[in-house]
Design a protein around this ligand. Structure first.
Ligand code: COA
Length: 195
């Protein structure tokens, strides 16, 4: 069995209701940023960018958070798989104090942007999912990273269905999204159709 397959066995660790913080090597995380990717202010709280071909530990960490997202939200499929070849860009958040002597640091969440084609708008990035550890919510992690995402992608979509927390976040930031429920609630124009 290859290394990537072996990781699936007993994954994620901690049992169905357990949440464990995956650890990644700080050096690998730093190396994930290309010059063009690098957010100006110490990564806007983001530790690493994770794309196809990123180090396995980083991709595995994103997959672990995708599992937690899936469990909490009750969606019928897991939205990220570490071997996938899609043109995605994921980001991970870390716990700054959780650094050990081996140069690894604990992570507290991830999000994933996908490329989508819209009839009216052409190709855009869309935030497909985001999951932050419950103990680290409402501390401004997403708020601090949001300007970086807006700068990086200019216009992007946030895919629904939105959780109550994400709905509140979007409302607070006045970010224009096209989710149908949001549209009904706000009377915003029709959402564009994905091709
Ligand atoms: C939704 C989520 C991504 C928000 O990230 P976050 O880092 O906790 O949000 P922030 O701390 O940056 O919130 C900024 C503002 O958004 C609003 N907000 C965010 N989450 C909220 C919530 N659960 N309830 C009410 N308002 C909320 C608040 O106005 C908040 O400012 P305040 O805390 O000063 O009042 C995070 O809570 C999460 O991972 N939830 C579980 C998974 C999930 O719902 N994913 C989205 C699926 S669509």
């Amino acid at each position: 069995m290859g290394r990537e397959k072996a990781y699936i066995v007993g994954f994620p660790p901690g049992g169905y209701f357990g949440i464990q913080s995956p650890r990644v090597c700080i050096k690998a995380a730093e190396a994930s940023w290309d010059k063009d990717d690098l957010p100006p202010d110490r990564h806007a709280g983001l530790l690493a960018i994770v794309k196809q071909g990123a180090p396995l530990r980083l991709r595995r960490a994103v997959q672990q958070f995708a599992h937690y997202f899936h469990r909490e939200m009750g969606f019928d499929f897991i939205q990220y798989e570490l071997t996938e070849a899609d043109d995605y860009e994921a980001f991970v958040w870390h716990e700054p104090h959780d650094l050990d002597d081996n140069g690894t640091i604990g992570l507290v969440g991830a999000c994933c942007f996908r490329t989508r084609r819209y009839k009216e708008l052409g190709t855009l990035r869309a935030l497909q999912w985001i999951w932050l550890h419950p103990y680290r919510r409402r501390r401004g992690l997403l708020k601090n990273a949001w300007p970086y995402f807006e700068k990086r992608y200019r216009r992007f979509d946030v895919e629904g269905p939105l959780s109550p927390g994400m709905t509140a976040f979007i409302k607070k930031t006045n970010f224009p999204i096209w989710d149908k429920e949001w549209q009904l609630a706000t009377g915003m124009p029709s959402p564009p159709e994905q091709e």
